[in-house]
Design a protein around this ligand. Structure first.
Ligand SMILES: [Zn+2]
Length: 87
Protein backbone atom coordinates (compact mmCIF):
# COMPACT_ATOMS: atom_id res chain seq x y z
CA UNK A 1 0.00 0.00 0.00
CA UNK A 2 2.11 2.77 -1.35
CA UNK A 3 -0.54 5.33 -2.04
CA UNK A 4 -4.00 5.63 -0.64
CA UNK A 5 -6.18 8.39 -1.85
CA UNK A 6 -7.81 10.31 0.94
CA UNK A 7 -10.83 11.20 -1.15
CA UNK A 8 -12.00 10.59 -4.68
CA UNK A 9 -10.71 13.23 -7.10
CA UNK A 10 -13.54 15.54 -7.98
CA UNK A 11 -13.42 18.24 -10.56
CA UNK A 12 -13.05 21.56 -8.83
CA UNK A 13 -14.67 24.57 -10.34
CA UNK A 14 -15.11 28.20 -9.59
CA UNK A 15 -18.52 28.70 -8.05
CA UNK A 16 -18.69 32.28 -9.23
CA UNK A 17 -17.91 31.36 -12.84
CA UNK A 18 -20.34 28.46 -12.79
CA UNK A 19 -23.16 30.57 -11.44
CA UNK A 20 -23.13 34.05 -12.87
CA UNK A 21 -25.97 35.11 -10.61
CA UNK A 22 -24.10 34.20 -7.45
CA UNK A 23 -23.36 37.58 -5.92
CA UNK A 24 -19.83 38.29 -4.79
CA UNK A 25 -20.48 41.00 -2.29
CA UNK A 26 -19.46 41.79 1.25
CA UNK A 27 -23.09 41.89 2.29
CA UNK A 28 -23.59 38.23 1.40
CA UNK A 29 -21.79 36.74 4.34
CA UNK A 30 -23.76 33.52 3.88
CA UNK A 31 -21.81 32.96 0.66
CA UNK A 32 -18.50 34.35 1.91
CA UNK A 33 -18.72 32.05 4.89
CA UNK A 34 -18.24 29.06 2.56
CA UNK A 35 -14.82 30.41 1.68
CA UNK A 36 -13.46 30.90 5.16
CA UNK A 37 -12.51 28.32 7.72
CA UNK A 38 -14.17 27.94 11.10
CA UNK A 39 -11.39 30.01 12.49
CA UNK A 40 -12.00 32.82 10.05
CA UNK A 41 -9.17 32.15 7.65
CA UNK A 42 -9.72 32.60 3.92
CA UNK A 43 -9.58 29.19 2.27
CA UNK A 44 -6.87 28.81 -0.36
CA UNK A 45 -7.78 28.75 -4.03
CA UNK A 46 -6.26 25.34 -4.58
CA UNK A 47 -8.75 23.93 -2.09
CA UNK A 48 -11.93 25.72 -3.10
CA UNK A 49 -11.20 25.71 -6.84
CA UNK A 50 -12.06 29.36 -7.22
CA UNK A 51 -10.40 30.97 -10.23
CA UNK A 52 -7.71 33.63 -9.79
CA UNK A 53 -9.97 36.47 -10.81
CA UNK A 54 -12.73 35.58 -8.40
CA UNK A 55 -10.40 34.63 -5.58
CA UNK A 56 -8.94 38.11 -5.81
CA UNK A 57 -12.39 39.70 -5.64
CA UNK A 58 -13.44 37.29 -2.92
CA UNK A 59 -10.50 38.22 -0.74
CA UNK A 60 -11.36 41.90 -1.03
CA UNK A 61 -15.00 41.26 -0.17
CA UNK A 62 -14.13 39.10 2.83
CA UNK A 63 -11.78 41.76 4.13
CA UNK A 64 -14.44 44.38 3.56
CA UNK A 65 -17.00 42.26 5.42
CA UNK A 66 -14.59 41.94 8.33
CA UNK A 67 -14.13 45.68 8.40
CA UNK A 68 -17.89 46.12 8.52
CA UNK A 69 -18.06 43.56 11.34
CA UNK A 70 -20.16 41.21 9.21
CA UNK A 71 -17.48 38.56 9.43
CA UNK A 72 -15.00 37.86 12.17
CA UNK A 73 -11.22 38.07 12.09
CA UNK A 74 -10.70 35.28 14.60
CA UNK A 75 -12.84 32.79 16.50
CA UNK A 76 -12.57 34.97 19.56
CA UNK A 77 -15.09 37.36 18.10
CA UNK A 78 -17.33 34.90 16.30
CA UNK A 79 -20.00 34.23 18.93
CA UNK A 80 -20.60 37.93 19.27
CA UNK A 81 -20.81 38.44 15.51
CA UNK A 82 -23.19 35.57 14.74
CA UNK A 83 -26.06 37.25 16.53
CA UNK A 84 -25.82 40.37 14.42
CA UNK A 85 -25.50 38.71 10.99
CA UNK A 86 -28.97 37.84 9.91
CA UNK A 87 -29.65 38.37 6.23
ZN1 LIG B 1 -14.31 32.48 -11.41
Amino acid sequence: MAFRKKFAPRRKFCRFCADKDLPLNYKRTDILRDFITERGKIVARRITGTCAKHQRLLTTEIKRARQMALLFYTTAHSSDVKKKTTI
